[in-house]
Write a protein that binds this ligand. Structure first.
Ligand code: GDP
Length: 195
């Protein structure tokens, strides 16, 4: 995919303030610190389109981005499992996410991101359950693969496959450091946009 432009459109919390559903949309989900911002920034060739979770503010909102002047949009969903977030925000996360996944008719796929070094936890499984419940096509990605040597990688991929119940070969493997996996993920996004 050739990216000629990537621009922040707006932040939203509920359907009343989502942008109009005119463009096909791809969303990104994962726990805080999983590497979601880094993945999006690598995909669109930008250092800082998406801010990392070390800068709070936009992080608990749905953030919408326009790609290639109205060609399609990307949505950075709020990272979950963030210890420092107030309880009220944590409670709002579930309904906000469910509503988006259930009602966003232009949503074509969710990139569901896991860290190669971490065993998936309750919120990850919750997210997968919703994706299944609302029949949202899912592109599972394991990121930070540069952090482990090959043998260790395979062991962790197996562990992640077992805990999520997904076959190990459905995961795209990615590293924001080496950019390995970037083309593969774009191909899957393009397929989802055309589906
Ligand atoms: P987010 O909270 O999910 O948006 O996560 P970030 O993209 O901010 O990444 C969290 C931390 O992990 C940052 O320090 C990143 O530099 C680091 N990181 C993200 N992706 C990778 C990766 O593929 N490889 C390595 N080595 N570090 C990564």
């Amino acid at each position: 995919m050739k990216i000629s432009s990537a621009e922040f459109i707006k932040s939203a919390t509920n359907p009343g303030n989502y942008p109009p559903p005119e463009l096909a949309e791809i969303a990104f989900a994962g726990r805080s610190n999983v590497g979601k911002s880094s993945l999006i920034n690598v995909l669109v060739n930008r250092k800082n389109l998406v801010r990392t979770s070390s800068t709070p503010g936009r992080t608990q909102l749905l953030n919408f981005f326009d790609i290639n002047q109205g060609s399609f949009s990307l949505v950075d969903l709020p990272g979950y499992g963030f210890a420092k977030v107030p309880l009220s925000v944590k409670k709002a996360w579930g309904p906000m996410m469910r509503t988006y996944l259930e009602r966003r008719e232009c949503l074509k796929a969710v990139i569901f991101i896991l860290d190669i070094r971490r065993t998936p936890r309750e919120e990850d499984i919750q997210m997968l359950d919703w994706l299944e419940e609302f029949e949202v096509p899912t592109i599972p990605v394991i990121t930070k693969i540069d952090k482990l040597k090959r043998g260790q990688r395979d062991k962790q991929i197996k562990e992640i496959a077992t805990t999520t119940g997904l076959p190990s070969d459905v995961f795209s493997l990615f590293s924001a450091l080496t950019k390995e996996g970037k083309d593969d993920i774009w191909e899957r996004i393009e397929d989802a946009l055309e589906a």
